[in-house]
Design a protein around this ligand. Structure first.
Ligand SMILES: *[C@@H]1O[C@H](CO)[C@@H](O)[C@H](O)[C@H]1NC(C)=O
Ligand SMILES: *[C@@H]1O[C@H](CO)[C@@H](O)[C@H](O)[C@H]1NC(C)=O
Ligand SMILES: *[C@@H]1O[C@H](CO)[C@@H](O)[C@H](O)[C@H]1NC(C)=O
Length: 653
């Protein structure tokens, strides 16, 4: 049967189909073992059964049953690179392999010297707009913000409501250390919640979203919980979409903050979760972080359910393609996630770090493929080509080609040896998925340390968080392991002070031990028999691929970004060539003027040539002690539960 349908499907001309509405859902830090479908084959041990009883994603599971589960969907091992990759259609290694501070700037490189996607790459929303789509994005961006061109507006989205950084606080939307893992040039004093629409561009200014009272109101689903605000915006966009114009379908990029740290959720969701676990025959969850993460997962699942209902009510669902993925695997430092039974997690190239929960669903999925699985390799970069193909627009990026010509022609820039922009290297996957014929067959460059040539993978160098998790992770033994200084502490790559590393332990060897580093040296080769020959060949492949690694100097964390933010109600946003970008700000009171002037003076001083090195050194000296003495997770007594993430005992710096 498969043989008969395959050629027929493959021949179906795409042009004959109406362009689908596209709901692209991007989850943050979603662990493999935290999605219901991945627990369906749980074993019969008490731990396996308990693990299954704790994971509740009924809406997601139903969408997978009506859609196609993507078994081998790969991303980069951390957030900003994956997000840059999805928006730009390049493998992360060809657009952005690092999580730079959004406030970075390299004065010498006007094309790529900022965080995120280089200025002159064309975003997927620009492409889809050319194909007639109405383009909207809600939630996390994390693909750069330095200039207006870097913002969601500059990348082709008609409207946006969300934040620029890796994360913010779910209640008061500030860039606290718990959210970003960084002490930034603005000393973490800025908020991060912005929006744009036809008439406005700048910080979200409404009192509800930003009120401090939000922090205390964790009882139900209060208006100020960030995901509630995002969900409301998503529902509004769907309900307001003009369905009378099929030539202008909807492209809605729903980019959750969930399930990234800080682990925060309205309290009522802990109760809901407890009840579901009990109904499924499970015991109460015994780790504070595991409980919070499971409740947050439930919240995300319910929000997805509401969005799908809105599409159905609006009679859009039958012609909607839903694409779902996480930006990387679940973080296990511990942050509540589990990639069980895969090895590793966020920050490493093991399967737990880069092979993500992913699926497609919606009425656009052909009836004969509903409920199927696709095990061909997909890279997050491939959605660009997949969507441009469905939209009937070309995939090639002329703007970046022009920028390359400019870089080559401009002697001044050429002299600096600035990198050229890589072309789009997305592979359209729709035909592959619906005809079950893998499209990505060659070696795939995962990072400068890893290459996948399925079913083999070469992993090299130091890999943090290199552990297998059990069916119940994190758990009380993880808590004790932390108390006994045996890790897992967060990996070094992203703990920063003014862009410099923030050590989590006294010596490099101790850092490696506590962040569960395994050194693969020249290569750990996974799943292989003809070891020596293949190892050699993959080492050569990786070495040659790394010549194409795009990793320009993004520059230093700049106080000028804070100065612009202070002018914009202390909210992050574009800070280079950005005068025209912002809508007029309300006038400041005298007190605000005085306070802002004082903060500006403090930040300038902190970032000065003399003070900055001293500050960095001071923080680096105390940070190992702070990390060592932090209670990361809490082992819960049978009837207790965390009041909030702070009570759960995550580090309080
Ligand atoms: C655009 O945003 C501004 C500021 O939030 C708001 O006042 C205005 O109503 C919005 N316009 C539309 C069309 O939604
Ligand atoms: C790159 O983008 C910037 C900002 O839009 C623009 O000023 C510059 O001209 C572009 N360069 C090229 C070669 O297109
Ligand atoms: C508990 O966590 C440890 C790591 O801290 C892990 O090795 C073990 O498998 C987990 N136990 C269960 C039942 O999942």
């Amino acid at each position: 049967m498969a043989f008969l349908t395959l050629p027929l499907l493959a021949l179906t001309p795409l042009v004959a189909q109406a362009k689908p509405h596209v709901l692209f859902i991007l989850a943050d830090d979603y662990g493999w073992g935290n999605m219901g479908v991945h627990r369906r084959s749980a074993g019969s041990t008490p731990e396996e059964k308990q693990g299954k009883a704790e994971v509740h994603t009924p809406n997601i599971d139903a969408l997978i049953d009506e859609g196609i589960l993507l078994e081998r969907h790969y991303t980069y091992k951390i957030c900003s690179p994956t997000r840059s990759s999805i928006q730009s259609g390049r493998l992360a290694v060809h657009v952005n392999p690092v999580n730079s501070a959004v406030t970075s700037r390299n004065y010498n490189d006007p094309v790529s010297g900022y965080a995120g996607i280089p200025r002159n790459m064309t975003g997927i929303a620009e492409k889809l707009r050319d194909g007639g789509y109405r383009t909207h994005i809600v939630g996390k961006w994390d693909a750069g913000m330095a200039t207006p061109e870097h913002s969601p507006k500059g990348r082709g989205y008609e409207t946006w409501y969300g934040y620029y950084q890796h994360a913010n606080d779910y209640w008061h939307k500030s860039t606290v250390f718990m959210a970003t893992g960084e002490i930034d040039a603005c000393l973490n004093r800025m908020k991060d919640l912005s929006m744009h629409n036809e008439t406005y561009s700048g910080p979200v200014r409404d009192a509800i979203s930003l009120s401090a009272a939000c922090q205390e109101d964790e009882e139900s689903d209060p208006g100020c919980y960030e995901e509630h605000l995002f969900k409301e915006q998503v529902l509004k966009i769907i309900r307001n979409h003009d369905t009378a114009k099929p030539e202008n379908p909807l492209f809605l990029f729903y980019s959750f903050h969930l399930l990234h740290t800080p682990l925060q959720v309205p309290k009522a969701w802990l109760e809901k979760l407890h009840k579901l676990v009990a109904e499924a025959g499970g015991k109460r969850i015994d780790s504070g972080l595991r409980l919070l993460y499971a409740a947050m997962t439930l919240y995300m699942d319910a929000a997805i359910g509401e969005a799908v209902n809105a599409l159905k009510e609006k009679k859009m669902y039958d012609n909607t393609l839903i694409i779902f993925t996480s930006d990387n695997g679940g973080p296990i430092y511990p942050a509540g996630a589990s990639n069980y039974p895969l090895r590793g997690g966020k920050y490493n190239d093991w399967e737990g770090g880069v092979r993500t929960n992913a699926w497609v669903s919606g009425g656009f999925v052909p009836a004969q493929r509903r409920g199927a699985k696709f095990d061909g390799i997909i890279n997050a970069a491939d959605w660009y080509g997949t969507l441009t193909e469905l939209a009937g627009v070309e995939m090639v990026d002329h703007k970046s080609e022009k920028a390359n010509a400019f870089l080559k022609a401009n002697a001044f820039l050429k002299e600096k040896g600035l990198p050229l922009l890589h072309p789009v290297d997305s592979i359209p996957q729709w035909q592959a998925i619906i005809s079950n014929a893998p499209a990505r067959t060659g070696p795939m460059h995962l990072s400068s340390q890893a290459v996948l040539q399925w079913p083999y993978k070469l992993v090299t160098g130091k890999q943090a968080m290199s552990a297998w998790q059990g069916p119940l992770y994190p758990n009380c033994s993880t808590v004790h392991s932390l108390e006994d200084r045996n890790g897992p502490l967060p990996p070094q790559q992203d703990m920063k002070v003014f862009g410099e590393p923030l050590p989590v332990a006294e010596t490099p060897a101790e850092v490696d031990r506590q962040t569960w580093v395994i050194d693969c040296g020249a290569g750990c080769l996974v799943n292989v028999e003809d070891y020596a020959k293949l190892l050699k060949s993959l080492q050569e492949t990786l070495e040659s691929m790394n010549k194409e690694l795009f990793n320009p100097d993004r520059g230093l964390d700049r106080v000028e970004a804070c100065e612009v933010a202070i002018e914009q109600s202390r909210t992050f946003g574009p800070f280079v060539d950005s005068k025209e970008f912002y809508s007029p700000a309300p006038p400041k009171t005298l007190l605000e003027q005085v306070e802002d002037a004082a903060l500006t003076a403090v930040l300038r001083k902190a970032n000065s040539q003399t003070a900055k090195p001293l500050l960095i050194a001071a923080v680096q000296t105390i940070s190992p002690k702070v990390f060592a003495n932090s209670a990361w997770d809490k082992c819960l007594a049978p009837e207790s539960e965390p009041q909030s993430f702070l009570d759960a005992g995550i580090v309080t710096v």
